[in-house]
Write a protein that binds this ligand. Structure first.
Ligand code: ISE
Length: 336
C-alpha cells in the first residue's frame, strides 16, 4: 500500500460526490483517484469533473492495481456486487448503509469475507462517529448512573422524494437507529414491533407515515423510535437514554437563537447531510487511518447483517401487525 491510501469509489451520485470532496479537500492520508458507476455515461462525466480515472465495472476497478481500498456509495441493490468484488480481491471496503437490502445478501458477504480469513468490510453507520452519540455511549458504558432501562428517540425528516416507499422507512431511515441503539446499549435485540399513529395528510396515499418502531433488547431495555419523514418542520434527531439514576439526551447541533420579528428562533437543519457533516468527516478519517494500519475498527459486516435481520423483522411486524422475535445467531469469533 502506498503511503497515501488510493481510493476507488463505486457509485458517484450525491453522497459519493460529498465523500470525494471531503476526502480530497479536507481529510488526511487518502485520496479518491478512480471511480465506477453502473450508469457509465453519468459516471464518466462525474469522474472527469473530479479528475478521476473511470472504470466500466467494479471488477475492473479493484483489479486495476491503481487503488488500495474501495468506497461503495452505489444504490442499495448494487452494494453486494461491489463489496463482493473488493472482498474477492482481498481489498478493504467501506460500504454505505445498508450493507445490502436483505439479510440473505449480507450473509453471502459474511461467508465470502470469513472464507478469505481477514476482516475487510466496514459499514457506513455514521451515527456511531457523531460526537453526541459518542458522549451518550461513554456515559452508558461508564455505568455510574446505573443501567439503561428505556430510550425515547425520534427520526424526523422535513420531506422525502417520490421514490421513497413505506419499507424504506425501515431500510433507509430507521436502520440508523437499529444500528446505533444496539451499539449504544451494547446488546442485541430480542423482539421488534411497529406501531401506527394517525397518518399525516402530507404523506402520499401509498406511504405510511408516521410510524413508531419499538425495539426490545435481550435484557429487556425498551426503545421507542418515532419515524416521521414528511414533517415539514425540519431534520430532527432525538435520543434520550433513561437509566436507573440518570437521564442522558443527545445534544442538538449548536445554533444561535435569534430574536427577530417579535420571536425567539433557534434554527435547526433541513436535512441529514447538514446534521451529520462532522460524523461523516470523523468516520471517513478513522476508516482511512485504520485501513492504513490494516484493521477494521468501525461497524463491520456482522453489524450490517445484525441490522438487516432486525430490519426484516420490522417489515414483518408492519405486515402482520404483531410483535416479531429477532433471531440473530451469536456473534462469531471472527467478528468479536
Ligand atoms: C437517508 O437515506 C438517510 O440516511 C438519512 O439519514 C435519513 O434521515 C433519511 O430518512 C434517509 O432517507
Amino acid at each position: 500500500m502506498s503511503n497515501e491510501l488510493r481510493i476507488g469509489l463505486a457509485g458517484v451520485g450525491a453522497i459519493g460526490q460529498t465523500h470525494i470532496e471531503r476526502i480530497n479537500t479536507r481529510l488526511r492520508g487518502g485520496r479518491v483517484v478512480a471511480a465506477t458507476d453502473v450508469a457509465a455515461a453519468f459516471g464518466k462525466r462525474i469522474a472527469d469533473r473530479y479528475g478521476l480515472e473511470f472504470f466500466e465495472t467494479g471488477d475492473a476497478l479493484v483489479s486495476s492495481g491503481n487503488i488500495d481500498a474501495l468506497i461503495v456509495t452505489a444504490g442499495d441493490d448494487d452494494h453486494e456486487m461491489f463489496v463482493s468484488a473488493a472482498v474477492r480481491a482481498g481489498m478493504p471496503v467501506f460500504c454505505e448503509k445498508p450493507l445490502a437490502p436483505t439479510a440473505a445478501a449480507c450473509k453471502r458477504i459474511i461467508d465470502l469475507e470469513t472464507a478469505g480469513g481477514k476482516r475487510l468490510v466496514q459499514v457506513g453507520f455514521m451515527r456511531r462517529f457523531d460526537p453526541g452519540y459518542r458522549e451518550l455511549k461513554r456515559l452508558v458504558d461508564g455505568g455510574e448512573f446505573g443501567a439503561p432501562l428505556m430510550l425515547h428517540c425520534a427520526h424526523r425528516n422535513f420531506s422525502v422524494g417520490d421514490n421513497y416507499t413505506t419499507p424504506m422507512a425501515i431500510t433507509s431511515t430507521l436502520i440508523h437507529e437499529i444500528d446505533v441503539l444496539r451499539w449504544l446499549i451494547g446488546e442485541d435485540y430480542k423482539s421488534v414491533e411497529m406501531a401506527f399513529p394517525k397518518l399525516s395528510k402530507n404523506a402520499r396515499p401509498d406511504l405510511i407515515d408516521p410510524q413508531i418502531m419499538i425495539l426490545t433488547s435481550v435484557s429487556g431495555v425498551r426503545m421507542d423510535v418515532e419515524c416521521h419523514v414528511t414533517n415539514r418542520a425540519g431534520y430532527d434527531i432525538q435520543c434520550e437514554v433513561c437509566c436507573e439514576e440518570g437521564y442522558f439526551k443527545l445534544p442538538d447541533l449548536p445554533s444561535v437563537p435569534r430574536l427577530v420579528n417579535a420571536g425567539r428562533v433557534t434554527p435547526i437543519c433541513r436535512d441529514w447531510s447538514e446534521r451529520f457533516i462532522e460524523a461523516y468527516n470523523i468516520e471517513l478519517q478513522e476508516w482511512m487511518d485504520s485501513t492504513r494500519a490494516g484493521r477494521v475498527d468501525g461497524p463491520n459486516a456482522w453489524d450490517g447483517y445484525a441490522a438487516c435481520i432486525a430490519a426484516d423483522a420490522c417489515q414483518e411486524s408492519r405486515e402482520k401487525k404483531a410483535v416479531i422475535p429477532v433471531s440473530l445467531p451469536e456473534t462469531p469469533a471472527f467478528y468479536k
